[in-house]
Design a protein around this ligand. Structure first.
Ligand SMILES: O=C(O)CCC(=O)C(=O)O
Ligand SMILES: [Fe+2]
Length: 296
């Protein structure tokens, strides 16, 4: 069964690339006309690019204005992270501060050495360590449970943030035929340069013909898109801050992964005057918004 692991081999290949010289020779970059595979891209609607070997994947490069990128990451840090109804990978393990004094405000206001107690018997961990390393994802709207891989009763879900809902619905409505698509669940993934997301298919939603929107902010990454099996060699795409991809059709059910974050690639427009803590944090993060309609 030697080709069972083909997807995994590509993940390993990119994961082990040295930061100082990543092999981009087989990586499509929709923002670089000299990149591998660029000639197979076609603009099928204004701002929407499709690659002939990646059926169903819509690439919306640079579709988020700098202010929008800043707005949505700040909305997560300042509002969604302060709401105890929004679960994160940290929720089961730490007595997280919520409300006005939450992880982000403590971090930003110089309380980064404060120790946050665990829920169990492990050691307390500083705000700094949680914000810079341990926070890997937060969910809002309908709360996908990564462990059980289901969405619990929607009646218990906090509402989807209105502004982000409008923005994402507009992107999907303009780029696809799905004019009634609704943003119901979001997973925000936080990556530091050595973090990866291994190959998976997102299949917990009711209807896998409905598009999934994925927006990237901060550091660039290499994103792998395969097929419905792990036996096929995936395609590699470089995603930049402000890019979005929409997984529709065949790509909606395809294996995908993020094997490599590319350090020192955060755009300078994300740097803000007099916001040293934010500037440092965003320079070392990729923030991915993964937005789905859950119900039909
Ligand atoms: O970070 C990404 O670009 C992909 C994230 C993803 O696939 C997911 O959250 O299901
Ligand atoms: Fe995914």
């Amino acid at each position: 069964m030697e080709n069972e692991n083909v997807f995994r081999l590509s993940e390993k290949f990119y994961k082990k690339q040295p930061d100082s010289g990543i092999d981009l020779s087989k990586v499509l970059d929709a923002s670089d006309e000299n990149s591998f595979g660029f000639e197979k891209l076609q603009e099928t609607k204004p701002g929407v690019w499709e690659h002939e070997e990646m059926p169903g994947l819509l690439i919306l490069n640079k579709c988020l204005a700098p202010e929008t990128q800043l707005d949505i990451v700040k909305c997560i840090l300042e509002r969604q992270l302060s709401d105890s109804r929004n679960k994160s990978n940290l929720s089961p393990f730490y007595e997280l501060p919520h409300g006005e004094k939450n992880l982000w405000t403590m971090y930003k206001n110089g309380e980064d050495n404060v120790a946050i107690p665990p829920t169990g018997s492990s050691k307390p961990v500083t705000v700094k360590n949680l914000m810079e390393k341990k926070l890997r994802w937060i969910t809002f709207g309908e709360q996908y449970n990564w462990t059980t891989r289901v969405y619990p009763d929607p009646a218990t879900a906090p509402p989807f943030p209105e502004k982000l809902g409008h923005l994402t619905e507009e992107l999907v409505h303009k780029a696809t035929e799905f004019k009634d698509w609704k943003a119901e669940a979001a997973i925000v993934n936080f990556y530091s340069p050595r973090d990866t997301l291994s190959g998976h298919v997102d299949d917990a939603e009711d209807d896998l013909t409905l598009p999934l929107l994925s927006m990237s902010i901060g550091l660039d990454c290499i994103y792998l898109l395969g097929t419905e099996t792990r036996k096929d060699v995936p395609k590699a795409i470089r995603l930049h801050s402000g890019d979005a991809v929409i997984m529709t059709g065949l790509s909606r059910k395809a294996y995908h992964a993020v094997p490599k974050i590319i350090p020192n690639t955060a755009p300078s427009y994300l740097q803000l005057k007099d916001e040293a803590v934010w500037n440092q944090w965003i320079q070392t993060k990729r923030v991915n918004f993964n937005i789905r309609q859950v119900r039909v």
